[in-house]
Design a binder for this molecule. Structure first.
Ligand SMILES: NC(=O)c1ccc[n+]([C@@H]2O[C@H](COP(=O)([O-])OP(=O)(O)OC[C@H]3O[C@@H](n4cnc5c(N)ncnc54)[C@H](O)[C@@H]3O)[C@@H](O)[C@H]2O)c1
Length: 410
């Protein structure tokens, strides 16, 4: 019955959390022909959405949102309405304690309780937030306890999100999806819904724990491989050899593909998700934890090298080229490049920056300059990111006093 309704797109979907994931997901499901309610506990978010504007920065999303509103298939609301399907896309940050990297599941728990209070038999609840293993079972327990409906009579699944900021809508409609559930029937209904939204990718069914781990392992794989490259960069520094040359030559082996070292690892996924595995398996996840620590250490290593070169002369001006956490984006949150700039400033160097993707004149208290201006003003430069702007003007950087974190000048 529910499967048939899903096939006919004859069911309502409510999304809890209208952020970077929930809003584009709502738009994508509306585009696929479903009726979607977009709910958020933050009234400002809903007010903005109701006024026809989006509150997040994402290319082309405003136009797509306007289309979805016009179609009357996406309805922003500050009241959680009964639905056939609920999608939970709320934050999963760390707990405040800096010494312990443990997932704070309070948003998932409160969203699950809210759904539990209006849940009916045969409803489907989808957890999209990135979570430690076993959290989908926790969500199902909360739903069961709050609603009084036993878990065999409703459906709960995990369908993790794997989109790239800057291309979210496109990736939602083109990436493969992993759908995991305790009960196959639940995953099958969810697959029917996602199949209608995903234009090119394939939706794969598995169990809930495998789906949870799949998301975490994807980002952990990247983090561990980057850590290997970053560790090599530290070893090569001690050997006084060029890590970029070493990696280029090692990669001539047909089965070797070492990544490029950099300023560290930032952003909200790669630097966070591996800890969700470490938290559950502190005695087993040794490579994963060590990789995180290596990548977290890299900004301090780089600043120490710069300090050695500048011999602690605080009269000098250091120009940081690139503040974002990866090339060609304006996102400065959790950025290792920003950490480099902050440590340099804390050490007393006059620190300025060039971040071509940020339009303002300052960022986190750093004065921002064009590449030409910063070359003029700084005594020493730190190249942290392979922004297109820098790649296009490499010739201007070649003969400068510069610490090249990414080997762009090689
Ligand atoms: N942003 C990304 O690129 C990305 C990529 C993959 C996975 N994820 C994961 O997706 C999840 C959501 O991330 P995001 O970036 O969309 O977060 P976000 O902070 O942009 O949005 C989350 C929204 O949830 C709302 N919220 C909190 N509790 C709620 C509740 N009980 N009911 C309704 N709304 C509630 C908040 O007000 C907020 O607007 C996280 O687990 C994140 O790790 C994010």
């Amino acid at each position: 019955m529910v499967l048939k309704k899903a096939m006919n797109k004859d069911l309502t979907i409510t999304i809890l959390g209208m952020g970077y994931i929930g809003l584009p997901t709502g738009i994508a499901f509306a585009r696929a022909g479903f009726t979607v309610y977009g709910f958020d506990v933050n009234k400002n978010v809903i007010e903005t959405l109701k006024s026809g504007k989006i509150h997040i920065v994402e290319p082309d999303l405003q136009e797509a949102y306007e289309d979805a509103l016009r179609s009357e298939r996406l309805i922003p609301t500050d009241k959680l309405e009964k639905s056939d399907v609920y999608i939970i896309a709320v934050p999963t940050p760390f707990k405040k304690d800096e010494n312990q990297k443990i997932a704070d599941l309070k948003y998932v728990e409160s969203a699950s309780k809210m759904v539990g209070e209006i849940l009916e038999e045969n409803n489907l609840v989808i957890l999209e937030s990135t979570v430690p293993p076993m959290t989908t079972k926790l969500m199902t327990d909360i739903l069961e306890n709050t609603s009084g409906i036993s878990r065999e009579k409703f459906m709960s699944v995990h369908c993790p999100e794997r989109v790239l900021p800057g291309k979210i809508l496109h990736e939602l409609e083109h990436n493969d999806r992993i759908i995991g559930a305790e009960r196959y029937e639940a995953a099958e209904v969810a697959k029917t819904i996602y199949d209608a939204m995903v234009k090119e990718g394939t939706c794969f069914i598995t169990d809930d724990i495998t789906a949870e781990m799949c998301k975490l392992v994807e980002n952990t794989f990247r983090d561990v491989n980057i850590a290997f490259a970053n560790e090599l960069s530290v070893i090569c520094d001690k050997l006084n050899i060029d890590v970029f040359e070493l990696i280029k030559l090692a990669n001539k082996h047909p089965r070797v593909n070492i990544l490029t070292p950099g300023a560290g690892v930032g952003g909200h996924c790669l630097a966070v998700d591996p800890w969700f595995i470490v938290e559950k398996f502190p005695n087993e996840a040794n490579v994963i934890r060590e990789a995180r620590l290596i990548n977290d250490f890299k900004p301090r290593f780089i600043v120490n090298k710069i300090d050695e070169v500048l011999k602690g002369n605080k009269e000098l001006t250091v120009g940081v080229l690139g503040l974002s956490y990866k090339p060609d984006i304006d996102d400065l949150r959790e950025s290792p490049a920003m950490e480099i700039a902050e440590i340099l400033r804390d050490k007393g160097y006059n620190t300025i920056a060039c971040e071509p993707n940020v339009k303002e004149k300052t960022a986190s208290g750093f004065e921002l300059y064009s590449l030409e201006e910063i070359i003029e003003k700084a005594n020493y430069l730190v190249l942290t990111q392979g922004h297109t702007e820098f790649k296009n003007k490499l010739v201007k950087l070649r003969d400068k006093n510069i610490y090249d974190c990414i080997g762009l000048l090689k």
